[in-house]
Design a protein around this ligand. Structure first.
Ligand code: 0X9
Ligand code: ZN
Length: 303
């Protein structure tokens, strides 16, 4: 059954969200942004004490095999509503949170039940031979501008067209309705222990690169202070590789949410780096929470 120190099924995660909503009806609301290709509802939770507050948006488990990201999101949801820590309490008093624990629900279920290392969606739009597109190459802003493949059978296939995948389309349509309040957008991935910011393609530096760097530095200092975990941070291309059509680039480029980051969480030290032992779920989540606190503190100083 559901627990924070194990990897739960999609159904268990939805049950957890319903449970939270019924326990905290005043401050939490479940919303559905659309359905996956296979028809699963994509659900998120809004946690707020005042809808006029500035907001932070968290997208997680867009890549199917990156289970640590949804495990972290459900732990954060629980902390936001139950923690007695003063900073965490102030987070909920002063910030509206939008959290989508599992964006790629079809892929997550497929990874859970069939192929642990599955990455993409499960659509059959691009080819009858290979399933899925890489949802983190499927967003419209500078779609297919490097680091994405036009070959359906590859893991970085950008899709038949921008927003061909119902999951990315649903996310962006929902975001369009609330973006004006959002100050920070976080996309949860694993597993290179990095905090990355736009751009992911080879254009000149993002206009507010100095701020992006300063906020990332504060975020990683806070993260490492918790359990000593090593992270790197910087521009996506400098730290990792070229990637276009990613969520943060679209959110930054189209909606002008200028603090848009990718968290690449802990990796496993043996076997596949994506298969993080469940003993690390809570330590990972704890350091991410610290990191977000550091991030918010620094971002608040900026304006
Ligand atoms: O390649 C990706 O999509 C991400 N790495 S992963 O191993 N989780 O697949 C990195 C994408 C980071 N780039 C931007 N968001 N700009
Ligand atoms: Zn990923």
């Amino acid at each position: 059954s559901f627990a924070f120190d194990r990897y739960n099924t999609y159904e268990q995660i939805l049950e957890f969200m319903d449970q939270i909503q019924s326990e905290f009806p005043e401050n939490s609301q479940i919303f559905t942004i659309g359905n996956t290709f296979e028809g699963r509802p994509i659900k998120g939770i809004r946690i707020t004490k005042n809808i006029q507050n500035p907001a932070i948006f968290i997208e997680s488990n867009i890549h199917a095999r990156e289970w640590i990201t949804s495990a972290t999101s459900v732990w954060l949801i629980d902390q936001f509503l139950r923690s007695s820590n003063e900073t965490v309490r102030s987070f909920v008093d002063g910030i509206t949170w939008y959290i989508i624990p599992v964006l790629n629900a079809d892929g997550y279920e497929y990874s859970y039940n069939v192929d642990r290392l599955w990455r993409k969606t499960r659509s059959t739009l691009g080819s009858i031979l290979c399933y899925g597109a890489d949802p983190n190459r499927n967003f419209g802003f500078n779609w297919m501008n490097g680091g994405a493949s036009a070959v359906p059978c590859t893991d970085t296939y950008g899709g038949f067209s921008a927003f061909s995948e119902p999951e990315t389309k649903a996310l962006i349509d929902f975001y369009a309705t609330i973006y004006e309040k959002v100050k920070i957008f976080l996309s949860f991935h694993s597993a290179t222990q990095a905090l990355l910011y736009p751009w992911g393609d080879l254009r000149p530096k993002a206009p507010n690169t100095d701020d992006l760097f300063a906020v990332a530095e504060a975020a990683i200092n806070a993260l490492t202070a918790r359990h000593g975990t090593d992270y790197v941070y910087g521009n996506t291309v400098d730290i990792l590789y070229v990637a276009s059509g990613t969520t943060p680039d679209h959110i930054y480029g189209v909606f002008n949410t200028t603090l848009a980051y990718t968290y690449e969480m802990r990796h496993a030290n043996t076997g596949s780096r994506f298969v993080l032992p469940p003993e690390q779920i809570i330590p990972n989540a704890e350091e991410i929470l610290e990191s977000i606190m550091g991030m918010v503190a620094k971002a608040t100083e900026l304006n």
